[in-house]
Write a protein that binds this ligand. Structure first.
Ligand code: PHE
Length: 346
């Protein structure tokens, strides 16, 4: 390659370089220490001084021209590279989003949420407690002595059975939180407690060994049974519909006195269908146990039963969801059958 053809050669090689790395090679071939231009520059020193200025000027022109050719190809390649990066990294925002398998809150969770919300609207707080519970909270603090039939091994799932002083069991109801909450909070108390409970029980259409309850507790000065009835009537109308009527019937729980069960009028048949799936034709169905807090319970947690009174109630979440949504078997809550679950999207 002689000096005359250097510019043309540089142009051809630059044009055929397809990326910056290839252009770097052309660059060192045309301008580097081994290049024709570098060699010519070395020869300058050996020329007769009179010839040097002309030859030097020509060499500078050629160097500038080659540099310019390489620089313009470099700019071109840099743009191409940027375009390629942009198109490779492009996200097509018009593509359809992935739609499969979106979950939803389980109906039991939704029901707990909805019921707790009703009480929060009345000024209640929401608390939760341990599922593995001491016998003291599950029974003794609730006025249930060691001789009570519910304390037999056959009736309760014990983790450590024996000495009533330190036995540990899976709580049979949410009521132990009555005692735990009063122990750690000064009156007045207005609280609801949702949670899982466990019973040594065979499964049928309305029973599972593990189910959910929501406990309610109100303790204050001057609380009477009419407060209990008014509160539960409000709850029933909110959850089951505004025309719902309520009725209290005597019952027995060791930790309330007097005790009662709450019955609500059948929203399904209004008592007119003898074969009604909800009330069985009686026009009423039972939804929870309740009563006035026994003074012994207040004493056990260090409250003054001379100054304070209160009421408590405990409802079964599965049962309430079943009657309201027309679910005929309790196993539907635990079988995880999507055909069932998808009917109750939150
Ligand atoms: N704990 C009782 C049960 O599980 C329900 C109940 C709660 C009754 C509060 C009275 C007061 O059957």
């Amino acid at each position: 390659m002689d000096l005359d053809s250097v510019i043309e050669t540089a142009a051809t090689k630059a044009a055929s370089a397809q990326d910056l790395a290839a252009l770097d090679l052309v660059d060192s071939e045309m301008l580097g220490r081994q290049s024709v231009i570098a060699e010519a520059r070395r020869q300058l020193g050996k020329m007769a001084p009179v010839d040097r200025p002309m030859a030097g000027a020509r060499l500078n022109e050629i160097t500038a021209a080659v540099t310019a050719v390489l620089k313009s190809r470099r700019t071109e390649l840099e743009h191409l590279e940027a375009d390629r990066l942009l198109s490779d990294d492009r996200v097509d925002v018009t593509l359809e989003a992935w739609k499969g398998g979106q979950g939803t809150e389980h109906l039991i969770g939704q029901t707990i949420q909805e019921i707790c919300d009703i009480f929060v609207g009345l000024g209640y707080r929401v608390a939760e407690g341990p599922e593995a519970e001491l016998g003291w909270y599950n029974f003794d603090a609730l006025n249930t002595p060691p001789t009570h039939p519910a304390r037999l091994e056959s009736d309760t799932l014990y983790l450590d059975y024996g000495d009533p002083a330190d036995e540990i069991l899976l709580r049979t109801h949410t009521s132990p939180m009555q005692a735990r909450y009063m122990e750690t909070h000064d009156p007045p108390v207005y609280v609801v407690v949702p949670g899982k409970v466990y019973r040594n029980e065979a499964t049928d259409a309305s029973h599972l060994p593990v189910f959910h309850q929501i406990e309610g507790l109100a303790v204050d000065e001057g609380i009477t049974m009419s407060d209990l009835k008014g509160t539960l009537a409000h709850f029933a109308r909110e959850y089951l519909g505004p025309r719902t009527k309520v009725q209290l019937r005597p019952d027995f729980f060791p930790f309330t006195e007097p005790s009662a069960q709450l019955l609500v009028s059948c929203f399904n048949c209004d008592g007119e269908d003898p074969g009604c799936r909800v009330c069985g034709g009686s026009g009423w169905f039972e939804v929870l146990g309740c009563g006035m807090v026994d003074p012994n319970v207040l004493t056990a947690v260090g409250y003054d039963p001379g100054r304070l009174t209160g009421f408590a109630f405990g409802m079964g979440v599965e049962r309430l969801a079943m009657v309201r949504h027309g679910i005929t078997h309790i196993r539907h809550f635990v079988e995880n059958d999507l055909r069932v679950l998808e009917q109750f999207r939150a």
